[in-house]
Design a protein around this ligand. Structure first.
Ligand code: BG6
Length: 544
């Protein structure tokens, strides 16, 4: 059966009747309010679709991100005919190389398992060209501009999307040079920027200030690639498109929420970058917090980018700063079989590094819906498996007729093996009245077996071309998210007596982890009983 790429649908078409309920934002420092008001004065809701005559300039084209993510995503979009007609893709980087060498790099991470895909890749390569130049010299950017003009061939309207696949150290200077030398006089210009957007609230504001004179908010697309993931995009539909979730989605029915990110590999090759940031800045302040925000926000008036982002900012403003007493940090050591190296064995990492490669923390939201419900965020490198998952644990059912009956739990598996399942209790078929834990299971690869889930970057690049900001981070949203984490980050950076707990490479994390999550109310299913997708173990059922 032919594979179809699920096209990100236009949520505006869904046309659901909505009731807008306003909850008080209990935590909104005046300064944040001011920034918020400032923002509303600007109009970022313009969604001009770039249909033709567009050039995408990939800055940092010889780097890892471009090779692993940007080019494969552009190829995927081109192959499925989602890119504008007459598109051109121009790479720019410092490395001097000829066209052949450049194409070799472009192709290096694109898989073409069939003859048809090989041919499509050759077609894609015909759209690509390369300019080498410095990141801090006007002459280099003038040469880039000349190349762009040649491609535009004297046409009146020049639409340019600048994709910054660049390290933060050159980000500002490049954006300034683009503005001076390559900003189209007549046409649409967009700049797509990758994290890290700063290291804390102060540096993020500085970055923002440096961008402001040159780029309007409506021209900036800050990527958090988790917002392009299918299951993350599904959160709003699951929540607001299903009445039974809507009714129970609050502190009266939900006991705790857990969002975990696990990777089975260490910082291999990225130790230098990682040590400066650590796991909190690398994935928690952005990817996990974005998931939390979508889970916790109120229903937006519409699915327009600004209505959605207004609600996201509102919920972020209701989260008090993370308190160190609600945090554990860890750093991986050698694997138990000694075959995998510890974090500090990476040559690019200082031998006395206190950088956390694991963190579990708890956030609270001070509003009427969530007050008192712990949101447990958990992220780690070099763990036992790859998994990003959301677990929403409902409260226990009233005791009385049941003895030790497990809780309902809604699990949203973001990756791998995208799925949504609800752990629920049912009668064990047979003559007795025994209960058994089982699940309502929506596993994508079974239910949607003929559909291909788009890569996050495919979905986001397409959104940037469409001018749709819904899945990009707004400036006040970024500000609000750094505010929540900055005091903790400063505390961890400056307190030399705080040393991360060591955990073996390939383990589940620091030994105290389960006690930590249990202390916030998370209840584990009996591992001998319930297992997602497996037949019930009759010995582990509950008798009435
Ligand atoms: C990046 C982090 O933002 O996300 C990496 O910098 C992490 O450290 C990556 O590995 C995870 O992305 P994904 O899409 O593989 O889950």
């Amino acid at each position: 059966m032919a594979e179809t790429l699920i096209h990100p649908s236009d949520p505006g078409n869904l046309g659901w009747a909505v009731v807008f309920m306003e909850y008080p934002a209990t935590l909104c420092p005046d300064e944040d309010m001011e920034r918020h008001r400032d923002f509303r004065a600007r109009d970022t809701s313009k969604t001009i679709e770039l249909k033709e005559n567009t050039i995408i300039v990939v800055l940092g084209a010889s780097g890892d991100l471009a090779k692993k993510k940007t080019f494969p995503a552009l190829y995927g979009l081109q192959r499925n005919r989602f890119l504008p007609r007459d598109i051109r893709i121009v790479g720019y980087a410092r490395t001097k190389m000829d066209h052949e060498e450049y194409l070799k790099r472009v192709k290096s991470h694109i898989k073409t398992p069939s003859k048809e895909m090989e041919e499509q890749l050759e077609e894609f390569c015909k759209l690509c060209s390369y300019v080498s130049g410095q990141y801090d010299e006007d002459d280099s950017f003038k040469a880039l501009n000349k190349h762009l003009e040649e491609l535009e061939n004297g046409r009146k309207q020049q639409n340019r999307v600048f994709y910054m696949a660049l390290p933060p150290s050159v980000f500002i200077t490049v954006s300034q040079h683009i503005k001076r030398n390559c900003y189209p006089k007549n046409g649409i210009s967009r700049i797509v920027v990758e994290k890290p957007f700063g290291k804390d609230l102060g540096s993020s504001r500085e970055l923002q200030k440096a961008l402001e004179p040159d780029w309007k908010e409506e021209e900036i697309f800050r990527i958090d690639h988790y917002l392009g993931k299918e299951m993350v995009k599904n959160i709003l539909i699951l929540r607001f498109g299903n009445e039974f979730f809507g009714a129970t989605w609050n502190r009266n029915h939900i006991d705790n929420v857990q969002i975990s990110f696990k990777e089975p590999f260490g910082t291999e090759g990225r130790g230098g970058y990682f040590d400066e940031f650590g796991i909190v800045r690398d994935v928690m302040q952005n990817h996990l917090l974005q998931i939390l925000t979508l889970l916790a926000m109120e229903r937006p008036i519409s699915f327009s980018p600004e209505d959605v982002r207004d609600e996201k900012v509102r919920v972020l403003r209701g989260i008090p700063n993370i308190e160190p007493k609600n945090v554990i940090i860890g750093q991986y050591g050698k694997s138990l079989d000694r075959s995998k190296p510890g974090y500090k064995e990476d040559d690019t990492v200082p031998k006395d590094s206190r950088c956390p490669t694991f963190c579990a923390m708890v956030a609270y939201i001070k509003n009427e819906r969530w007050d008192g419900v712990p949101f447990i965020l958990k992220a780690g490198k070099a763990l036992n498996e790859q998994k990003t998952e959301i677990r929403i644990q409902f409260k226990d059912v009233t005791s009385g007729i049941f003895k030790d009956i497990p809780r309902n739990e809604l699990v949203i598996r973001v990756q791998p093996n995208e799925s949504v399942y609800i752990k629920m209790n049912s009668k064990l078929p047979g003559l007795s009245m025994q209960t058994v834990s089982t699940e309502l299971d929506l596993t994508y690869r079974r239910r949607f077996s003929d559909l291909k889930i788009p890569e996050a970057y495919e979905s986001l690049i397409l959104d940037a071309l469409k001018g749709d900001h819904s899945n990009f981070v707004r400036d006040d949203e970024l500000d609000a998210s750094w505010r929540i984490f900055s005091p903790l980050l400063h505390y961890l950076d400056s307190s030399t007596d705080i040393v991360p707990m060591e955990y073996p490479y390939g383990s589940r994390g620091p030994a105290v982890l389960d006690d930590f999550t249990s202390s916030y109310g998370y209840k584990f299913s009996d591992p001998t009983g319930y297992q997602w997708g497996s037949n019930p173990n009759p010995d582990a059922t509950n008798k009435l």
